[in-house]
Design a binder for this molecule. Structure first.
Ligand code: G3H
Length: 494
């Protein structure tokens, strides 16, 4: 791929057409079909991406299959060096990638920059951490009935070809998190970026190529999930799928993929539980950040707040007081805009507005926001919401938070544990002991005490239960997820 790939975006008079990467070369698809990537900011075309064919997918799968063994045999210190170089290239292109991200997916410039910086740091951290992963040997005589006649040599090895499917909300960071962990463990990677976010994803693939990942070890195929998704997830050459996206898509993939390992991060409808003794100033700040960052399009966003009627009234006053300081909807490229740019598309905005109206019709009260304008949805607060209403029962991927009054904390536990989702929950209280005791009651991946839900720090384990995920991610955990144990037993009959 020529270096005009990284030509300043402002110099691009007509929207560029991006090639896909078959692992060796950047190509136009023989389908002759491209798909437009539309900016959610102003509906302009950011660029065109290839819609690859099933034959092209077969060729890519064959190439990654053939090269995987030699990649795994490459000394680890060389793979580590390549990843550190990739981190440096990501940093080198920080300005470029941030403005691309902001235009392609509508993140504020500040959020986009933070995604790029975080990706470079994560790549370095992965490359450092992998060096401390160890195999082990086991003695047989520990188990009753066995003498010393066997030694288990337990190695950690690659699965083979990893299919990495990334979401639109972190097209660089969540793609890199899958790709880097898979490559470091010796897998080859077929990377399917999100349709919206594909241009950022293609740039990331180019960076891995630039950093020295050998030909055939990583490929990047583009096209709509509806067009190539099923073919990819059922391909016989795929040994593991790592996916981030909605719970419905995750379930559909799991049903089709058959008996291969799956590492999924899916939807989260994360609650914040506010105890009567909570620090209302801090709680309001965290709820605002949790609900409205990247226009609520984070699987870790706060979607509903649980507390007694009196606590919620007090909290609402504090949230309304702080909103103007922290939230301002607008063009995400403007420094004036805070947290809320557009959502990913006009269609998505329409669905969000429908969910808000459904809740209102079912008896919820709109406190602020609620209106759609093209791809923009005003930051919205609803009160008098019940768990069965649309804005709590479904994952609304937008800047909407619902206040749900409970009679006591026991009812809050029931609501959370009966939810279809189980990614994270927050508990706000000045009594940390009570917070920990409450956390232990909740059937979710992670509980945050006095903080809003979030994936980072990225070396912490990150997982969802129920419809929110499969497997564990987070630096060491991702490396483990991307590899399997290979025991070799040396028998020495005595
Ligand atoms: O959207 C899913 C992401 O994993 C959330 O990451 O908590 O850093 O925003 P975040």
């Amino acid at each position: 791929m020529p270096e005009e790939f990284f030509a300043p975006i402002s110099n691009q008079q007509t929207p560029p057409t991006y090639k896909f990467f078959d692992g060796k070369e950047w190509k136009d698809s023989t389908s002759g079909k491209t798909s437009d990537v539309i900016s959610p900011i102003d509906a302009s075309v950011v660029g065109k991406i290839q819609v690859v064919t099933t034959n092209e997918i077969d060729a890519v799968m064959e190439a990654t299959y053939v090269t995987q063994r030699s990649w795994e045999a490459t000394p680890l210190h060389q793979r580590v060096k390549i990843m550190h170089l990739a981190a440096d290239w990501i940093r080198h292109f920080e300005e470029y990638l941030s403005s691309l991200l902001s235009r392609e997916i509508g993140k504020t410039l500040e959020e986009a920059k933070s995604e790029i910086k975080r990706t470079a740091d994560l790549t370095d951290y992965f490359a450092d951490e992998v060096q401390s992963l160890r195999g082990e040997t086991l003695d047989s005589d520990n188990f009753p009935g066995y003498d010393k006649g066997r030694i288990g040599i337990i190695e950690r090895v690659a699965y083979g070809t990893v299919l990495a499917i990334a979401p639109f909300n972190y097209p660089v960071n969540l793609s890199a998190s899958k790709i880097v962990s898979a490559l470091l463990m010796g897998n080859s990677v077929v990377f399917k970026p999100p349709s919206q976010g594909a241009i950022s994803g293609l740039h990331l693939a180019r960076i891995f190529q630039k950093a020295g990942v050998p030909p055939g070890v990583i490929a990047c195929v583009t096209g709509g999930g509806g067009e190539i998704g099923d073919y990819l997830v059922t391909h016989k050459r795929v040994d593991l799928i790592t996916f981030t996206g909605s719970s419905d898509t995750g379930l559909a993939i799991a049903q089709k993929a058959g008996m291969i390992p799956l590492v999924f991060e899916c939807g989260g409808n994360n609650p914040a539980v506010v105890m009567p003794d909570a620090d209302m100033n801090l709680t309001a700040r965290e709820i605002i950040k949790g609900a409205f960052s990247y226009a609520g399009q984070r699987c870790t966003a706060i979607k509903y707040v649980l507390g007694t009627k009196q606590t919620l009234e007090q909290l609402l006053g504090e949230v309304q007081k702080q909103m103007p300081e922290f939230v301002k909807m607008g063009d995400p490229r403007s420094p004036e805009t805070k947290l809320v740019g557009p959502v990913i598309s006009q269609d998505a905005a329409t669905k969000i507005e429908t969910a808000i109206n459904d809740s209102i019709q079912a008896g919820a009260t709109l406190v602020t926001g609620g209106k759609q304008n093209n791809s923009f949805i005003e930051p919205t607060i609803l009160i008098n919401v019940k768990p069965t209403m649309a804005t709590v029962a479904t994952e609304v991927f937008g800047p909407v938070v619902s206040f749900v009054a409970v009679s006591d904390m026991g009812q809050a536990v029931t609501i959370i544990n009966e939810s279809r989702f189980g990614l994270q929950a927050s508990v706000f209280t000045k009594d940390e002991g009570a917070g920990i005791a409450f956390a232990k009651e909740l059937n979710v991946g992670t509980v945050q005490i006095n903080g809003s839900p979030q994936r980072g720090p990225d070396h912490f384990p990150f997982l969802g239960v129920k419809a929110s995920g499969l497997g564990v991610q987070g630096v060491r955990y991702s490396l483990e997820s991307m590899s399997r144990l290979r025991p070799i037993v040396l028998n020495k009959p005595q």
